[in-house]
Design a binder for this molecule. Sequence first.
Ligand SMILES: Nc1nc2c(ncn2[C@@H]2O[C@H](COP(=O)(O)OP(=O)(O)O)[C@@H](O)[C@H]2O)c(=O)[nH]1
Ligand SMILES: Nc1ncnc2c1ncn2[C@@H]1O[C@H](COP(=O)(O)OP(=O)(O)O)[C@@H](O)[C@H]1O
Length: 187
Amino acid sequence: MTKPDIFVFTGTAGSGRKTMAHRLGIEINLMHVVSCTTRLPRGKERLDLDYHYISRDEFEEMQRNGNFVQSVEIDNEKYGVRTRDLENALLSGKAVYLILNREGASVIKQLYGDRVIRLFLYVDKPTVKERLESKGTEPEVIDHILNHYTEEVGYRKLCEHIFQNLDITETRNQIKEVIRTYRPEIC
Ligand SMILES: Nc1nc2c(ncn2[C@@H]2O[C@H](COP(=O)(O)OP(=O)(O)O)[C@@H](O)[C@H]2O)c(=O)[nH]1
Ligand SMILES: Nc1ncnc2c1ncn2[C@@H]1O[C@H](COP(=O)(O)OP(=O)(O)O)[C@@H](O)[C@H]1O
């Protein structure tokens, strides 16, 4: 049986995917495959750690050259994972993680099959709003996130594992337990 080595954090935006993914990534030594985006950095985001921030021209040129394993456009901003980044990370022999919306998660699943485990995180809509407001997210960004909630939440049924992220420690334990069933040697 193929050992899964690609863990995709997906789910509804604002549900805690980035928080959880980076926390577990450090804790169990998963390698982050960083996406490229045309959107500007927000808040405390760090260049090349949260995203590779590139211009639209650069992104489109890379698209024309077939550099992306998958890419999407969400509300006029482009996001994509470079094939080279994913393949290099896999060659390191470590398990990797990506944080993707449902289109990205589906493409990676189609391409890499049993190597991929999709971890779907969600909380209800009012909780998303509350968390983002308390984090100081701009109202337009919150609106954009809430507008996509319904289409995003339906994707959970296709994912291998679903987590309602109410308590961060509890969710971390649940996800770790799931990863342990596939890869006991890494956690
Ligand atoms: N398909 C795809 N989705 C991505 C990629 N990178 C990020 N995303 C997702 O695209 C959405 C970006 O929305 P944004 O409001 O910028 O959210 P944030 O970056 O998660 O704070 C999020 O759901 C991300 O998880 C990518 O390379 N491909
Ligand atoms: N279990 C949790 N309980 C309370 N707040 C959380 C929890 N998980 C994440 N958060 C907070 O919710 C906000 C959104 O989390 P983030 O990881 O940016 O979500 P996503 O990547 O899914 O959009 C952040 O302020 C984060 O600190």
